[in-house]
Design a protein around this ligand. Sequence first.
Ligand code: NAD
Length: 286
Amino acid sequence: MINNVGVVGAGLMGSEIALVFALAGKKVMLNDTSEESLARAKKNLEGILHRGVGRGFYEADQVESTLERIRTTTELHDYSDRDLVIEAVFEDEAVKAAVFATLDKVVPENCIIASNTSSISITGLSSHVNAQRRSRFIGTHFFSPVSRMKLVEVIPAMDTAPETITATMQVCKDAGKAPIEVKDVVGFAVNRILHALVIESMRLVEEGVATPEDIDAACKLGLGHPIGPFQLLDLTQNSLSLQVQEILHDAYGERFQPRPILKQMVQAGYNGKRAGRGWYKYDKEA
Ligand SMILES: NC(=O)c1ccc[n+]([C@@H]2O[C@H](COP(=O)([O-])OP(=O)(O)OC[C@H]3O[C@@H](n4cnc5c(N)ncnc54)[C@H](O)[C@@H]3O)[C@@H](O)[C@H]2O)c1
């Protein structure tokens, strides 16, 4: 039974991963390199909880108790009593490798180590822990915003034990998520589905078949998607999509070749909502 959860990296993903496990009653420890990052993350989580109470997602009396269950530390050595540690640091194999090497020395023998990487091979990452630990190394790919998106792709590495898969699927369910098991291939499942749709949507725009607004309407009203591909691109940043498509292109060839229109948007700095302009124009304050 997994009770003590550690999260490494208190950014966009790690902080909300900590939140969903704390909401599920787990004792959570959140690590980052500076006290400032940790304070920022805690403040952000407080905001999410308060807004969530306003929207009826959480009960008012959950706020304090949930925040109390999330302890913060800049020291990975505090993770000696964790049952599961999820890594969500920068998408850089060298940074992740250093984290895994430390965790491997610190966490108990039975602890599961998971990575939230979106594009690095889970089997490749598992090579940064020792041979005995590899049976307890796995990928857990959460989706942003983690507090709202129910899916988790659970990705076994080459040597992951069946018990590790079962325990990881269960702890994700405990946290209110709907895990699916996916093979360790580039882009896992969701990014392949998404970018096939995105690239074809961009072709339609390039060919003048339909506007981004109309394609978003088509996906929402004709296919039942909650959000259109161009609205999603603006929320997640065009530069990130371009990076992901370059990785998919390397792995799968022509079918994932980024479209010229996406490259132009990135070159122009039209990166999406945060930039004030993407496929749509935004009020800078919005
Ligand atoms: N952003 C997304 O939508 C998304 C979705 C799925 C998966 N991911 C993956 O999740 C991971 C984190 O992404 P993010 O968007 O939260 O990034 P982010 O930049 O918001 O956060 C990363 C955090 O890691 C911290 N960090 C860096 N090195 C560290 C170290 N050695 N020890 C402890 N903390 C360290 C940083 O200070 C930062 O707070 C990446 O691997 C990314 O590919 C991101």
